[in-house]
Design a protein around this ligand. Sequence first.
Ligand code: GTR
Length: 392
Amino acid sequence: MQNGKAITNVKQWENERRPELLSLFAEHVYGKSRPDGKKLPYKITSVNKNALGGTATRKEVTLYLSEDRSKTLNILIYLPNNTGKKPVPMFMGLNFAGNQAIHPDTGITITKNWTRFENQPGFVNGIAGEGSRGFYASRWAVELIISRGYGLATMYYGDLQADRKDIDSLPESFHAWYYKDKKIKAGDNPWGAIGIWAWGLSRALDYLEEDPDVDAKRVAVVGHSRLGKSALWAAAQDQRFAMAISNNSGEGGAAITRRKFGETIKIINTSFPHWFGARFKEYADKENDLPVDFHEMMALIAPRPLYVASASEDLWADPKGEYLSAYHAGPVFQLYGLKTFTNPQPPAIEQPIQAGIIGYHIRKGKHDITKYDWERYVDFADQQLKAVKPKK
Ligand code: GTR
């Protein structure tokens, strides 16, 4: 505890230290989240039972975020057709460039919201066109996920809050409509974009709880990089997520910030001042004053399965710091009688390791999420979420 009291059992952890850590992360890192009391209204806008060559059912669901229904979160869902039993376990994660970018499937609705991909192929001034279909298909192993008996739910993070520094000066800012709708004040330390993206993951999980095809008790939340930070913060706060996967989440995600290796608090708040709560900036070059470090966020996932992955060339995200975070979360998993990593040295490249319900690997190559990473996540989920084996 902050007062020096040692935590020696699960009850103390759950009743005392866990809530204390959650409020410390909100206060000093991400800003204060505003959990919602009631589920948002939604509409199923399309269902195609013959997607991906007949192997999958594709569903699109619109969640109405604002009361005037002008702000929406659009959920793209693929469900495997070849599984004997429903409901199915799921992977869920936010995507960077719109739902249409995760697969060339022409049935996916193209996002109308601004993206960061200014004039890259398929985008004009950040607005996605037909040419953006499948832009990030390499990051989503849709066929693998489906063939192994899992569903996938993904949403464009820009539906929630645009990823740009000037967002709070724009009328479409989340903060502009949210506090008005809720008739509350923003307060002195409102959540940054990561907190908002994490909130969106929980709202999408609210929907999955209503969907009879989905087993909402077996949802693994996954994210790459800034969306890995968001996935971790979502899973830390929302214990309905059955498992958390951090892919190259780095600073403000899995990496131990006190190592000051690669990206630091000062750098991240300079490049992305809108990601965190205001107080995180106070710890620029003062990492040791921060009352938390990120192994404590990994500990907030316990006793649920946690998988952390790094990439060998992704030094910016500090692979060793990401591993150490999973390692130093150990004492909390041990309170639950679970095994934890015993070696403070990370494993060799592409030699995945696992202790109890904690997994880790370092992939060869750059900052990315690839088929190699997904193969590990699906294998891990096979053990931890006990996927229904697809019928041959
Ligand atoms: C980088 C940023 C990282 C990471 C990454 C990403 O520019 O420094 O913290 O979030 O972007 O999201 O790909």
